[in-house]
Design a protein around this ligand. Structure first.
Ligand SMILES: NC(=O)c1ccc[n+]([C@@H]2O[C@H](COP(=O)([O-])OP(=O)(O)OC[C@H]3O[C@@H](n4cnc5c(N)ncnc54)[C@H](O)[C@@H]3O)[C@@H](O)[C@H]2O)c1
Length: 437
């Protein structure tokens, strides 16, 4: 099986399937197709399947013309019909791994896609899980579902591995194609073949590890490292404010050290589908071993309180001008979870808006990437645009995402008060109206 697959990879005659056409799956499917592989994307959302088959892109990191050309030349197509799994040789699973209502891993999307794959996969297929998950998922959960459902044997009839997705939406320098990839598979042959498959597509290095669990754990380590360091930045920012010290200046100064320090910045909380969620996958699994991940818990406590803390600061800033938060008009700038993207999943700005409203503020939002957001079954629409007159109508402008296409000078010229939780206005000289987190 190994030599046959390596030969097919070198001839580019492998057919690729990507399960889940979201922020991770669609860019991956496009890269595989661009590398010359006939690629089929699978998604349960009929709307996404339709858009792809019409050549319409809906993910910021994908180039519209690339997608259109790949669809027109027959290199890329999409379907909700899993029976097409029978024609592919390589399958990447890129489905969501959220938390349930009790902050525990919701692995149901991985399970249901595996069940579908198992029904249709043929001998000689490579299956790779790319969704972020707890260490053990590939061998403890995925392997038995695939073996029992297909009647095939892992390592003999098909290869199975884990390769964490590292895409950083909105990153101008590192995209799917040039970001190094880690591969850990069940057995040496599987690792060699799956790594060869990624090498044939990507410019970045492919780093092989000895098991899927190592690859699963290294991904969680990456994201936990970010989570904990952001927690530290947030705690430092709260302390610095109490001591009358500007944290942003502190972190810039610390960054002048050429080794041993990496800057992390505070903000209104954690957002996105990864950093706020993934450490919980590890905490949950750790409990099976009677282990408490106390660093993660502490960091979560700090990060989870940030929206509330930011609203308290907003209230104090208004008080200093003789105004109460209740009945004040507040414009929240940015509901995306980070700058220059249109994704608001888990965005702390949405919590900030909810808390501001709880305290009786009249809140509007504006986001240059997002016109409206859905939250608790309701749709919230932003104001259509901002100009000097509009900005001047608010008692407070609260910046919660530092999009680079916003005219911050205009905001400073016209605002009454500004609370900048992201240091988006760092280049503004006259800082009389500005308070930073
Ligand atoms: N978004 C990121 O920045 C990022 C970065 C690194 C890793 N990840 C990880 O990648 C995984 C996917 O994240 P995402 O942001 O792409 O999610 P997403 O919600 O954007 O996309 C997932 C897609 O999977 C589809 N889907 C759900 N169940 C399915 C099924 N059974 N069969 C076929 N399709 C199904 C959904 O309809 C959706 O289109 C997650 O585990 C996430 O943690 C995400």
């Amino acid at each position: 099986m190994k030599n046959e697959l390596l030969k097919k990879i070198s001839e580019k005659s492998i057919k690729v399937g990507v399960i889940g056409l979201g922020y991770v799956g669609l860019p991956l499917a496009v890269e595989k197709a661009k590398a010359g592989y006939i690629t089929i994307g699978f998604d349960v959302q009929a709307e996404k399947v339709k858009l792809v088959n019409e050549g319409h892109n809906y993910i910021g990191d994908v180039v519209d013309s690339d997608l259109k050309e790949l669809v027109q030349t027959g290199k890329l197509s999409a379907t909700s019909d899993f029976s097409f799994v029978s024609v592919v040789d390589f399958i990447a699973i890129c489905v969501p791994t959220p938390l349930d209502a009790h902050q525990q891993p919701d692995i149901s999307y991985v399970k249901s896609s595996a069940e579908q794959i198992a029904k249709y996969m043929k001998k000689g297929t490579m299956v790779v899980l790319e969704s972020t998950t707890y260490p053990g998922t590939t061998e403890e959960l995925l392997k038995p579902i695939l073996e029992n459902g297909s009647g095939l044997k892992c390592g003999e009839d098909f290869y199975l591995g884990f390769s964490p997705e590292r895409v950083d939406p909105g990153n101008k320098q590192f995209k799917t194609k040039n970001t190094p990839k880690v591969v850990g598979a069940v057995g040496k042959d599987a690792t060699e073949v799956i790594a060869a498959m990624y090498r044939s597509v990507l410019e970045g290095d492919v780093y092989e590890v000895s098991s899927p669990a190592i690859a699963e754990m290294e991904k969680i380590l990456e994201n936990t490292y970010r989570n904990i360091n952001i927690g530290l930045a947030n705690e430092m920012a709260i302390l610095c404010d109490r001591m009358g010290i500007n944290y942003w200046e502190v972190v810039d100064a610390a960054s002048s050290k050429p080794y041993g320090f990496q800057p992390f910045y505070p903000g209104p909380g954690l957002g996105g589908h990864c950093i706020p969620l993934d450490p919980y996958y590890l905490s949950w699994k750790a409990r099976e071993f009677g282990f408490h991940t106390s660093m993660i818990e502490s960091s979560m406590m700090v990060n989870d309180k940030m929206p509330e803390y930011c609203v308290e600061r907003a209230s104090k800033i208004l008080n200093k001008s003789g105004k109460a938060l209740s009945r004040s008009k507040v414009l929240v700038l940015g509901v995306a979870y980070k700058q220059d993207i249109d994704d608001y999943r888990e965005s702390p700005a949405i919590d900030v808006i909810d808390i501001l409203k709880e305290y009786g503020a009249n809140v509007d939002f504006y986001d240059s990437y997002i016109n409206e957001y859905k939250h608790n079954g309701e749709v919230f629409k932003g104001i259509a645009g901002i100009d000097g007159k509009k900005v001047s109508e608010y008692d407070l402008i609260m910046i919660t995402a530092s999009h680079s296409n916003v005219d911050y000078q205009m905001i400073n010229d016209n605002a009454q008060l500004i609370f900048d939780t992201k240091n988006a206005m760092k280049k503004i000289d006259n800082r009389e109206k500005i308070e930073v987190l």
